[in-house]
Design a protein around this ligand. Structure first.
Ligand code: IVH
Length: 696
């Protein structure tokens, strides 16, 4: 049984990791995730013989998503162990003291000194400075390798592109570790703007920051007002010896870090021009830690950004070195999480909502309750399994939680208060909107309405998606209008939008001459959509904006995509098996093919990508060759260059070796250029790269 549970937990955690790290669409709160992980760790602690290298407890995160070049971290980016209460914290302090005592780094009776910091609720990134210049920025990824997000990080105003101080006053290599986040105020403004544009709204500032950082288009990132706070470092290489330096000062560089404590190191980073939050404090012993925790907890609501706890790090670096690391986290540091805000209320009803792809989500209607600064009336119950696991019933008193999230969720029912006459929730077998059967594919947690475009709920959302800004961008067609058009069956598929006339719009309630004209103009403006936009507008499962663009670029026209086999689809670099199957399935459905056909009949003419079938004749021209990019190129961003290289079959790596085919060096290229020269690796500038790729 326990072994079975172990497998189940691993699977579940892997699934959550994938949703969280790769899709940026978590389906559980961090608190629930932590519960699963702790259960897994407990089982593995009791049965070490069951630990396998592929267990989610044995790694930091999940694999990087497609679309960005991979970067291997010179020093791995670790995670932190958590303490949830005073006992766990006391146990941590005791382990630390015992180790330091026996190593002779602490006197008996002496208290350990810690640097206490905020636990920023954002995304961990690593910024690599070579000779004082920012040369690369990457996400944490799985801890060993992350994604190159240099172009996006460069758009963050508070990240210095060059360190402060004089030439030579900084190490040859300095990797700064820290967190990218979005202030609450900027998050609210962004969501307002997204709503106005009928674009996706974000669940919380962390998701907004994640979505913004993982944009392939850095111009979008630049509009997002992200912030960065440094809290640590990775590789620091000793200054390159200069003739002016005497031998003694060179020998004094026993360790790369120029200061003895965490607090001084942060101070140093700040002096180098990096944003370091000021609210860290050096404290002693558990008492000191708890006082910091308490005081920070009181400030939390008034801070401009979200923090989800505090982090305690042993202050002396020599002590940190002695304490060392366990598999996924340092022994010298621990995160002390804040509890999520919880409140009690009653379940008035449980409805199911039908999403664009037919996904059925049960939603609890609640007696209004004030929690975490807002009045909550609904809470998601995620899916059938979740309701069954929690056994939430209409009439129940429940604990709800709002963990910085906009969508609150039910933690548990209070069984003691359950009225005598409740009954367990039963998933409807028919869609409440269209009456079609609800089906649940084995192995999937989600039940779906099988009605497809017969279902008005799915149709409305399909149309809303199709007219949204990143799709056909028909500004002026709002939710109300879509509802009227779909409910009256005037609009059954996308093509029907294109046949709308001013006169019939004028017959609709609350529709004036001006708005009707605006709607028709927006539709007319969308008669020649780019292939990528149209593809995205079709709402194929798993085909987001980026994948749509990749597909358009690869295939060059819609017919080819519609008739592509799964193998052919897999040739697109960002398309994996799940996506390929989904696309092939979508176009195998006669009603989807018909919907496309009707679009063409309605006069929609697709604008083809600028260079049709780009890569088809050049596709493998750089096959097997590894490129390293360094410095700033005059016109291309690093991401653009990377995409071109990958598109031509080449690889991009973060470090130069004798296997590197070319180093592409721009302005302010640092140590990689020197390394290339040392190893005799060919060096190109942007024009040289373009020539090699055969562009312009
Ligand atoms: S130190 C070697 N300090 O928490 C220790 N991490 O659960 C590595 N985080 O991935 C992390 N604030 O994203 C550290 N003051 C802080 C932090 C912090 C937030 C995040 C970071 C890390 C995660 C670990």
């Amino acid at each position: 049984m326990t072994k079975q549970r172990l497998e189940k937990l691993r699977q579940e955690i892997n699934q959550h990791n994938y949703r969280y790290y790769v899709l940026d669409a978590p389906s559980v709160t961090d608190a629930d995730y932590d519960v699963l992980m702790r259960e897994l760790q407990a089982i593995e602690a009791a049965h070490p013989e069951w630990i396998s290298p592929d267990s989610p407890s044995q790694r930091v995160g999940a694999a990087p998503a497609n679309g960005f070049a991979t970067v291997r971290h010179a020093v791995p980016m670790l995670s932190l162990a958590n303490a949830f209460d005073e006992d766990e914290l006391t146990a941590f302090d005791k382990r630390v003291s015992d180790t330091l005592l026996s190593a002779g780094l602490l006197r008996p009776g002496e208290q350990v000194e810690y640097n206490a910091e905020y636990k920023f609720d954002g995304l961990a990134v690593s910024l690599r400075y070579e000779d004082g210049v920012l040369v690369q920025a990457s996400t944490r990824g799985d801890g060993a390798t992350g994604e190159d997000i240099s172009s996006n990080i460069r758009t963050i105003q508070s990240v210095p592109l060059r360190l402060l101080g004089k030439e030579g006053s900084w190490p040859a290599v300095l990797e700064v570790r820290g967190e990218v986040l979005m202030n609450k105020e900027d998050f609210d403004a962004l969501n307002q703007e997204q709503l106005r544009k009928r674009d996706k709204v974000f669940v919380n500032p962390r998701n907004a920051a994640a979505g913004s950082l993982r944009q392939l288009d850095p111009r979008i990132t630049a509009q997002r007002r992200l912030r960065f706070y440094a809290y640590g470092w990775g590789e620091i290489s000793v200054q390159t010896p200069s003739p002016q330096q005497d031998l003694l000062s060179q020998l004094q560089h026993e360790f790369a870090e120029p200061y003895a404590t965490q607090a001084e190191m942060l101070q140093w980073l700040r002096q180098l021009g990096l944003p370091v939050n000021r609210n860290h404090e050096v404290v002693k012993g558990v008492k000191g830690l708890l006082a910091y925790y308490q005081q920070t907890g009181e400030q939390r609501a008034h801070l401009p950004f979200d923090i989800d706890g505090v982090v305690y790090k042993v202050n002396y670096l020599d002590q940190q070195r002695v304490l060392g690391f366990v598999a996924r986290a340092p022994r010298f540091a621990i995160a002390h999480k804040f509890p999520a805000e919880e409140a009690q209320t009653e379940v008035l009803g449980i409805d199911v909502q039908v999403g664009r792809t037919g996904a059925i989500t049960p939603v609890a209607r609640l007696k209004p309750v004030f929690v975490g600064g807002v009045t909550v009336t609904n809470a998601t119950l995620h899916n059938e399994d979740e309701i069954r696991r929690k056994d939430v019933r209409v009439g129940d008193h429940v604990v709800i939680r709002r963990a910085g999230d906009v969508i609150p969720e039910i933690v548990r029912s209070i069984i003691e208060l359950r009225p005598a006459t409740t009954s367990a929730f039963v998933m409807p077998t028919e869609c409440p909107v269209c009456g079609s059967a609800i089906e649940r594919v084995e192995d999937e947690a989600i039940a779906r309405c099988t009605g497809g475009l017969v279902c008005a709920a799915q149709r409305k959302q399909t149309v809303a998606h199709a007219v949204s800004r990143k799709a056909l961008d028909m500004d002026g067609i709002g939710e109300k209008l879509i509802e009227q058009l779909v409910e009256s069956e005037r609009v059954k598929t996308l093509a029907d939008l294109y046949t709308l006339k001013v006169e019939e719009l004028l017959l609709l309630p609350r529709m004036g001459q001006k708005s009707a004209a605006n709607v028709i103009k927006a539709i007319d403006d969308a008669r020649n959509p780019e292939l990528a936009r149209l593809l995205y507008a079709l709402g194929i499962r798993h085909v987001g904006e980026t994948t749509a663009r990749d597909l358009a670029k690869h295939f060059g026209d819609l017919d080819k995509i519609m008739s592509a086999t799964e193998e052919e689809l897999l040739e697109v670099s960002a398309v994996g098996p799940v996506v390929a199957a989904s696309i092939a399935h979508f176009f195998s459905e006669p009603h989807n093919r018909e919907a496309v056909q009707r679009l063409l009949e309605a006069g929609v003419r697709i604008t083809l990508p600028e260079a049709p079938a780009e890569g088809s004749q050049r596709s493998q021209s750089l096959s097997g060759q590894t490129f390293v990019l360094t410095g700033t190129m005059p016109t291309w961003t690093r991401d653009e260059a990377t995409r071109h290289i990958l598109g031509a079959g080449g690889k991009v790596s973060g470090s130069v070796s004798s296997k590197t085919a070319y180093v592409v060096a721009g302005a302010e290229a640092g140590s990689k250029l020197r390394k290339a020269e040392e190893l005799g690796v060919a060096v190109l500038d942007e024009d040289g790269l373009k020539a090699l790729l055969g562009v312009q």
